[in-house]
Design a protein around this ligand. Structure first.
Ligand SMILES: Nc1ncnc2c1ncn2[C@@H]1O[C@H](COP(=O)(O)OP(=O)(O)OP(=O)(O)O)[C@@H](O)[C@H]1O
Ligand SMILES: [Mg+2]
Length: 400
């Protein structure tokens, strides 16, 4: 009798959840269509001359001169240009590089002895700022001339959505990283999965719920394992290795779990970035996360995985400088972790959260949407954080 009631309740819940899931999906798709038409490719705003010059690392007057001589200048109106597209900036970068005879000042691509940097952004605390960090870091690096592959490893696909690739409508079967790491014959080369974005130097592997399959497949694969099979923790590294000559930096946005996907990303990584919101509950959760990660790394290294890293840093996210308890928490973290906490925190800013609401980053939103001070403060914070991480990457390559 009790079993029957329980069954009825379970089937009622199943129906309810299914109905709610469908209703929500329809409404969300309608919302997306309003935000941007399905066929319209997402674009990035043009950059003002001062911004373009800063990205290229040259003076504005020199930019004007170079642009006049370059094909990017051809579309310029008579007199000074008002703006530069990301494609213009990329073209100018190549033109400057030719002039500089490839001394890597303008095109910072890695050389033969500099290994691919694979940066995983992780923490199992939901909402700690992983996706926001991964998106801005990837765009910052690409806008500065690095060849970047951003991998969305979260079945929730927030990074993909932020980059304009809607997981439900624009990412089909076998079009996530799962396609390149799956255990069966449907596995395909990673090159077939990579997509371009509106920034020429930035590529994306999008996510959707299909990635969850890896969490389900792995226990089965472990049981039916044959000699020579690649174990789960080595699979992401192996997939990335197929494309390593095409990129300087790979940025992986992890899901807020310590599952097989995250562990495999951690094994593929050359560097680890742990995002932490400076509040007691978040820091307590991170403490557990660190202990579990330590144990799991211990386990996979016993099975032959490499677990040495070029660098590991904590990034303080959504930081409010006027908040006393947050400042105490940051001081506490610095006292324990020392130089492992990045000097620059990511400031909490309505410019960043509002941009996120329309699936945009601070590089994409129009500055006029915000007061100038709000926008500039957010951009400065993102730039400081990303530049500090860029510094870690360059140090790992042995550059100044
Ligand atoms: N610096 C910031 N200022 C204001 N809002 C922010 C900032 N960073 C992140 N947010 C907002 O906080 C929320 C969570 O951020 P985000 O999605 O980056 O976290 P996450 O760690 O990736 O979450 P999840 O664990 O669910 O993947 C988002 O709504 C985002 O817009
Ligand atoms: Mg996320």
């Amino acid at each position: 009798m009790g079993g029957e009631t329980a069954d009825a309740a379970a089937s009622a819940l199943k129906d309810l959840v299914q109905r709610h899931g469908e209703a929500l999906s329809i409404e969300l798709q309608a919302h997306q269509r309003k935000t941007f038409a399905p066929e319209s490719e997402k674009t990035i705003r043009p950059f003002a001359p001062a911004e373009a010059a800063r990205l290229l690392g040259i003076h504005e007057s020199y930019l004007r001169q170079v642009a006049a001589g370059d094909k990017a200048g051809a579309s310029a109106q008579k007199g000074a240009r008002r703006s530069y597209s990301v494609q213009d900036i990329s073209d100018l970068r190549h033109a400057l590089d030719q002039g500089a005879r490839g001394n890597r000042r303008y095109l910072p691509h890695r050389g033969g002895d500099e290994h691919l940097q694979v940066v995983t952004v992780m923490n199992f605390k939901g909402g700690s700022g992983k996706t926001t960090t991964a998106a801005h870091l990837s765009q910052h690096l690409a806008l500065h001339g690095y060849r970047v592959l951003a991998i969305d490893l979260d079945p929730q696909a927030s990074l993909s959505a932020l980059f304009g690739h809607q997981p439900e409508t624009m990412v089909g079967p076998n079009e996530t990283l799962y396609g390149a790491i799956r255990y069966d014959e449907a596995r395909r080369p990673i090159a077939e999965i990579v997509r371009g974005t509106y920034i020429p130097e930035l590529h994306l592997i999008p996510a959707n719920l299909e990635l969850m399959e890896f969490e389900h497949d792995t226990p089965k694969a472990l049981m039916g394992r044959r000699e020579g099979d690649t174990l789960f923790f080595a699979r992401i590294g192996q997939a990335i290795a197929q494309a390593q000559n095409l990129y300087d930096v790979v940025v992986i946005d992890c899901p807020p779990q310590l599952g097989y996907l995250t562990l495999s990303a951690l094994t593929a990584a050359t560097a680890v970035l742990i995002t932490v919101h400076p509040q007691m509950l978040d820091v307590m959760s991170m403490s557990q996360f660190l202990q579990m990660t330590g144990d799991l790394l211990d386990e996979v290294s016993r099975h032959g995985a490499s677990t040495s890293y070029d660098w590991m840093r904590y990034l303080v996210t959504r930081f409010e400088p006027g908040d006393g308890p947050q400042n105490q928490m940051v001081a506490f973290l610095r006292s324990i972790f020392g130089e492992h906490v990045l000097i620059h925190p990511m400031l909490k800013s309505t410019a960043i959260s509002d941009a996120g609401l329309t699936n945009q980053t601070i590089f994409e939103v129009e500055r006029q949407q915000f007061t100038r001070a709000t926008y500039d403060r957010a951009l400065e914070s993102v730039t400081n954080v990303s530049a500090e991480i860029e510094g870690q990457i360059r140090k790992a390559w042995g550059r100044a």
